[in-house]
Write a new protein. Structure first.
Length: 289
């Protein structure tokens, strides 16, 4: 059966490079000051979506993301790997959203997309670690949901068979479509970008990403697929009061940088005596044995 699949993906700050300017005075993430990457577990979800597309001829995969105009890169990364389309929710009214406001915006966009069979997303984003957005979207849309998925084994007869990793083991469950599934980082990694698709979509942009003086500007008239979908709050019939900061009851009161310092340190050489002494110490302290 052909499936209409939507992948929820997020552009997140690279947490390996967080500095003193990571937060604004209002307690929100200062995304402009941080390098951005494709949220890792969302890449696992994208791979599951592309596998479903391979297994079910006629299926389509779309990438839905919310963020500033530069988040269009997330859609391009999906297209490079085999996605068919994408939608960027970008509007100043979306800014500062917590999980409640984010899930509201995504749910309204999915309603606009319409007739979705499978929604996939990563278990959680590395800039929040809440694992709340996927389940909240499912609740707002009244969908069945399966969390902590490692593999979608098959979809047939209107049901998805999913293997999920839970505390204490692994279980296989069935869920009727439409269904929302969140995927663990232990699932299969995303396939590499396809060189032909990179060449096809490398100039694909949302209107707000364009400066207007690109040498390839004429291509946007000749190749409509290079213009990515860009939606505002009004475009998805959203309620301003439920978007962004105004729709976010979660407030960050303070941000602190914590530096861990070792109480004691030793410098050892590679001599036989030092190595022997270290092994004896570890044995005596029952650290190894």
């Amino acid at each position: 059966m052909s499936l209409k699949i939507v992948v929820l993906a997020k552009q997140v700050p690279d947490t390996r490079n967080v500095g003193k300017d990571a937060m604004t005075a209002e307690g929100t993430v200062n995304r402009a000051a941080l390098p951005a990457i494709f949220n890792p577990e969302d890449l696992n979800a994208l791979e599951q979506a592309l596998r479903l597309k391979d297994q079910n001829p006629g299926s389509t995969v779309g990438v839905l993301t919310m963020g500033p105009p530069r988040a269009g890169e997330i859609i391009r990364q999906g297209l490079y790997r085999g996605a068919d389309t994408g939608w960027l929710l970008t509007d100043r009214k979306f800014a500062g959203a917590d999980t409640l406001a984010t899930s509201y915006a995504l749910a309204t966009a999915i309603k606009k997309i319409g007739d979705v069979d499978v929604i996939l997303g990563g278990r959680q984003a590395i800039d929040g670690d809440t694992a709340q957005v996927g389940p909240q979207v499912a609740q707002k849309l009244g969908l069945n949901q399966v969390t902590y998925a490692e593999e979608i084994l098959k979809i047939e007869d209107g049901k998805a068979t999913i293997r999920r990793h839970i505390d204490g083991g692994v279980e296989t469950v069935e869920a009727p479509l439409p269904v929302l599934i969140t995927v663990n980082g232990s699932a299969a990694p995303a396939r590499p970008c396809n060189a032909k698709l990179v060449m096809k979509y490398k100039y694909a942009t949302c209107p707000m990403e364009r400066k207007g003086d690109e040498p390839w500007a004429a291509l946007y008239e000749e190749r409509p697929y290079l213009t990515l979908n860009q939606w505002s709050v009004a475009d998805v019939d959203g309620d301003d009061a439920q978007c962004g900061l105004s729709g976010s009851p979660t407030k960050v009161k303070a941000v602190q940088n914590i530096v861990f310092q070792a109480k004691e340190s030793k410098t050892l050489t590679g001599s036989d005596a030092d190595v022997k002494g270290l092994v004896e110490e570890l044995l005596n302290e029952k650290i190894i044995g």
